[in-house]
Write a protein that binds this ligand. Structure first.
Ligand code: ADP
Ligand code: MG
Length: 541
């Protein structure tokens, strides 16, 4: 291991000149301080990178990936996951956003902005000469208090109360590029999740919601489908069927083509009779396979993609079409589990095992036109698992991808409400409330802890400040008025970014799950505390 200097520009110049008192000996060591400040600077830079994307009036980012693909998004986790971040401390903020994405799914911009603000506050406290351990511990205690205050002002929500769920999902969608379609996407997200849960469930596995993306139509053509939608299309090159009533669906992992030799062998044939025999053998072999498939009663065949040899050949397709079997190939390996669960069939790897009990039954498999794109829908499935499909449409892939990401956020918001059935207001209202309560509480504390609590409380104001900034309002005027309104007892006063003033934000239907806010505060504080406690930086060979 080799010890190196901290990366980035040396912030030594910003060190406090003459700190005295209890922490003088700690301040005397300059290297840990340099490392710490360098980490803080790098991490704050990440916070600043996504700051302008916060809220319904936030800006979008255009990202070009190394593969040349263009992404337009304003989702914090998506922006950060594509950045080429080098500094290790900055990477922790990228991970922070990813952690929030896993825990709550929404609030991925807020969490990074909050963490940047906590680090900013910490830097000022460090400059005052307060020991980093004290700052870190006070911040963690303050975050636990903040979560208490948030829980106090939350209102419980019933999963049967579809209206509340819709409001929460719409709020999340309203801060997206696709916000004008929130009236279409929000009901889809709510129906998808409520279909999967039972009254007692405490979580939903969003992998049970499959989003199939097709370019075509507009986002308005997005729909929730009772049944299964396939990514693939039917093969029609040998004019096989594309519609099957009373379908018996088989999912196979073997190939319908002649076997290849293990190695690169050559067979020299110098006789027409021999050549005929080879062709006949091949024909016989494939015909046998197809007949065995037909014998099981199967009339729709889903074939897994194979890299070893062709999944189907012209000849096998010809036979299958003759036998009136609909064929879909190129089913991906990672779709197999979901498909077999949703359809209630078993994947088969060997033709000898291909029997009727492995097949799924559905009323209809139909490849129809949906807003200009060909889509296979499987409906009326008997004995399938509890899953849903969403067919996501969009005019081009940039819009489509962002629509899918936004739908994911909305699904996560509803999932948050399943996990923790409580809602709070949005628009900066909860942050101001907690900030005021914490500042009040800080007055009951003594010494440096009181300082840290007060600084933490002030740092929370970054959310309303940024919301106001991004909406083109005067942040100082707005936040001061917001504080005053809260002081007058209006707990739900928030920034109404549409009208550019302060109003009761619940009346504007801006609500968010409690879990999104509490998890953002907890995770952001943890990361800030972790960064504060780092005092040296090493590279391994
Ligand atoms: P994140 O990735 O953190 O979810 P968003 O861009 O979705 O970031 O912004 C979320 C913030 O915007 C939350 O603080 C939320 O309260 C606020 N917000 C969302 N919709 C509105 C609205 N209509 N008016 C005011 N604030 C809003
Ligand atoms: Mg959001």
């Amino acid at each position: 291991m080799a010890t190196t200097a901290a990366p980035g520009p040396s912030p030594a110049a910003r060190l406090p000149a003459n700190v005295s008192g209890a922490n003088a000996s700690f301040s005397g060591q300059s290297k840990p301080m340099e490392v710490r400040l360098s980490n803080l600077t790098a991490a704050k830079a990440i916070g600043d990178a996504v700051r302008t994307s916060l809220g319904p009036k936030g800006m979008d980012k255009m990202i070009q990936t190394s593969a040349g693909e263009v992404i337009v998004t304003n989702d914090g986790a998506t922006i950060l996951s594509h950045l080429a971040v080098l500094h290790p401390a900055a990477k922790m903020l990228v991970d922070l956003s990813a952690a929030q994405d896993i825990e709550a799914g929404d609030g991925t911009t807020s969490v990074v902005v909050l963490c940047g603000s906590f680090l900013n506050a910490a830097e000022k406290l460090l400059e005052k000469g307060i020991h980093p351990t004290i700052i870190a511990e006070s911040f963690l205690r303050a975050s636990r208090k903040a979560v208490e205050y948030l829980t106090e002002i939350s209102t419980p929500v019933d999963m049967k109360d579809r209206n509340s769920l819709l409001r929460a999902a719409s709020t999340s969608l309203n801060s997206k590029i696709v916000s004008q379609y929130s009236s279409i996407l929000a009901p889809i997200a709510v129906s998808a999740v409520t279909r999967l849960i039972s009254p007692t469930s405490s979580n939903v596995d969003l992998r049970d919601v499959r989003v199939v993306k097709k370019v075509g139509g507009t986002i308005e053509d997005t729909e929730l489908i009772e049944g299964v939608v396939l990514n693939q299309n039917a093969i029609t090159s040998q004019s096989g069927p594309t519609r099957m009533e009373k379908a018996k669906i088989g999912l196979i992992q073997f190939q319908l083509s002649s076997p290849k030799s293990d190695m690169d062998n050559q067979i020299v044939v110098n006789d027409y009779r021999q050549m005929d025999r080879i062709l006949k053998e091949e024909r016989q072999y494939i015909l046998n396979l197809c007949k065995k498939i037909k014998k099981s009663g199967c009339n729709v065949l889903l074939i897994q993609k194979s890299i070893l040899r062709d999944a189907v050949t012209d000849m096998s397709l010809h036979f299958l079409a003759k036998l009136k079997i609909m064929v879909v190939k190129d089913v991906e390996r990672d779709e197999i589990e979901w498909l077999s669960r949703s359809l209630g069939c078993k994947p088969v790897a060997d033709v000898e095992q291909f029997t009727e009990d492995k097949l799924a039954t559905a009323d209809l498999v139909d490849e129809g036109e949906h807003a200009g794109a060909k889509v296979i829908k499987i409906t009326g499935i008997k004995g399938g698992g509890k899953t849903v499909s969403v067919l996501c449409m969009g005019a081009n892939s940039v819009v489509l991808e962002e629509s899918e990401r936004s739908l994911h956020d909305a699904l996560c918001v509803v999932r948050c409400l399943v996990k923790k059935r409580a809602l709070i207001a949005g628009g900066g209202a909860p942050e101001i409330h907690v900030s005021r309560q914490l500042a009040h509480y800080a007055q009951t504390l003594k010494g440096m802890e009181a300082y840290c609590f007060a600084a933490y409380a002030e740092a929370l104001e970054v959310i309303p400040t940024t919301l106001a900034e991004n909406a083109g309002l005067n942040p100082i005027a707005i936040v001061t008025e917001l504080r005053n309104r809260h002081a007058l007892g209006e707990v739900n006063a928030g920034i109404n970014v549409r009208k550019g003033l302060i109003s009761n934000i619940l009346e504007e239907d801006v609500v968010q799950p409690l879990l999104v806010s509490t998890s953002a505060i907890e995770l952001a504080t943890e990361t800030a505390a972790l960064l504060l406690k780092v005092d040296d930086f090493h590279l391994t060979r």
